[in-house]
Design a protein around this ligand. Structure first.
Ligand code: NDP
Length: 464
């Protein structure tokens, strides 16, 4: 049972009912502690309400177009049409159902759900804005996530939407321009292009997905162009102008492109505004995220922070692991910190990307005796009858000294599914010989991962 001091209303007060906050609140309440969680929007947070989950539904909706094309090669005749409002409604019903499950699970664990915006008044007190209510807690966990960032000074930026509005467009645009080259930009470009929208992606850098392996970046850029996305690199907006016929994107290189919708996917920033952090002694780091130690403790003695608001690795499963580590550390006397090494990630572009471990250039910097690189590019069997020149990329990066596989990079159908399993082997530190000792499953794409024998020669080593 709770050893709640009479001085406080709660043992733990969590601000933000997203993936991390909900997990921490439930685990702590299930231990018999008195816990409340505040949420100003809907329970579920970014992932469930305006991120991973609705995005994946949109990717799946959009991918059918490609499946229908493939089917025709196999003898099917498909007469397809797409009803955007019907899809949006179905998606919203499912999101509401999932949010309800999250809320119900909080209730089952005995967590009090407080609807409203919580603001810190001091290190132990929060006020629920507009509700004339203050609540005290021995410990506080901040899990407020992030929010989209757009270049506010760009003339005409008020005409642009972020991914958050893209989930609720009243109608499917005919033309869209997406600015940015990260996860969200690439994923939404694929969604809209698949749904038949004339799609342009503009990115300021030399190639999309900065930070990913250079072969992945080059391969994906080529593949999304094959799917009809116009990719403009090394360029950004000068301004956006609203006219009678649409939105005119004036680019710095002098080009103008008219579209119906302009979406900015230029990053997300920690949600710290007006939280009252300074009154509680919670400091930010130089990047504007809440500063935490490896156990997610902030600069205030009784306040912790997890998830995107700390800007460590902004992925849902990571926030959940940070929540578990917080709970173990603070309530189970078992200090834990999440290990950020070899976390697999997926970009749900079309085709998608699955990655775990080091890129080739990172491995070249960190492996003492260099790296062995194994790469294959091939046409998936499924496209044998379609005339498609779509190619899969698979790449293994191996530490030349230890022979451990330190990086796996896949661009192609089911890449995200494959990488989840490959991540086990990378996390376990298995060697290339151990991968090779694993018998193939035939015919699959994944079998390539255990049958790659030929090292990439120095002559065609990736520049990255
Ligand atoms: P990212 O940080 O991935 O990408 C932001 C993009 O915007 C980069 O290409 C960046 O360019 C560009 N950019 C930044 N500032 C400007 C500017 N002033 N003008 C023009 N371009 C600019 O952010 P996202 O918004 O795509 O996603 C946010 C985070 O959410 C991701 O980092 C990821 O952690 C998470 N996420 C994960 C997903 C998944 O797991 N599948 C899906 C979606 C999001 P540059 O590279 O040059 O800095």
């Amino acid at each position: 049972m709770s050893g709640l001091s009479m001085a406080y209303d709660y043992d733990l007060f969590v601000i933000g009912a997203g993936s991390g906050g909900v997990r921490a609140a439930r685990l702590t309440a299930l231990d018999g502690k008195k816990v409340a969680i505040a949420e100003e929007f809907r329970v579920g947070g970014t992932c469930v309400i305006r991120g991973c989950v609705p995005k994946k539904f949109m990717v799946m909706a959009s991918d059918f177009a490609h499946q229908f094309e493939t089917a025709e090669g196999y003898g099917w005749t498909v007469e397809a049409s797409f009803d955007w409002p019907k899809f949006i409604q179905a998606k919203d019903v499912e999101i509401a159902r999932l949010s309800g499950i999250y809320a119900a699970n909080l209730g089952k664990a005995g967590v009090d759900l407080v609807h409203g915006r919580a603001v810190l008044k001091d290190a132990h007190t929060v006020e629920i804005v507009g509700k004339d209510r203050t609540i005290t807690a021995e410990k506080i966990l901040i899990a407020t996530g992030g929010r989209p960032w757009m270049p506010e000074t760009l003339p005409g930026i008020e005409h642009a939407i972020s991914s958050e509005e893209a989930f609720h467009l009243p109608e499917l645009p005919k033309r869209i321009l997406i600015a940015g080259g990260g996860y969200i930009a690439v994923e939404f470009a694929g969604i809209f292009a698949g749904l038949g929208v004339e799609t342009t992606l503009i990115y300021r850098g030399p190639n999309i997905l900065r930070g990913f392996d250079d072969d992945v970046r080059a391969h994906l850029a080529g593949e999304i162009e094959k799917r009809g996305i116009k990719v403009i690199l090394g360029c950004q907006h000068a301004s956006i102008e609203k006219t009678e016929t649409g939105l005119v994107n004036h680019l710095e290189n002098g080009m103008t492109i008219e579209t119906d919708v302009v979406m900015f996917a230029t990053g997300r920033i920690p949600h710290v505004k007006d939280l009252g952090l300074e009154t509680a002694g919670v400091e930010l780091n130089d990047e504007g995220a809440i500063q935490v130690d490896p156990h997610s403790k902030t600069t205030a003695a009784n306040i912790w922070a997890i998830g995107d608001v700390t800007d460590r690795m902004n992925l849902t499963p990571v926030a959940i692991r940070e929540a578990v580590a917080f709970h173990q550390t603070v309530y189970r006397d078992n200090p834990q910190s999440f290990d950020y090494e070899s976390v697999a990630t997926a970009v749900f572009s079309q085709p998608p990307v699955g990655v775990v471990g080091l890129s080739e250039s990172e491995a070249r910097r960190t492996c003492n005796k260099g790296v062995d690189v194994y790469v294959t590019r091939f046409r998936p069997m499924k496209y044998a009858f379609t005339g498609s020149d779509e190619r899969v990329l698979m790449k293994l990066v191996v530490d030349a000294e230890t022979q451990r596989v330190v990086g796996v990079h896949i661009v192609g159908p089911e890449g995200p599914e494959m990488i989840q399993l490959a991540a086990i082997a990378v996390k376990a530190g298995l060697t290339k010989a151990q991968w090779d000792a694993t018998c193939a499953v035939h015919p699959t794409m994944a079998e390539e991962l255990v049958t790659l024998r030929e090292k990439q020669s120095a002559a065609n080593v990736s520049a990255g």
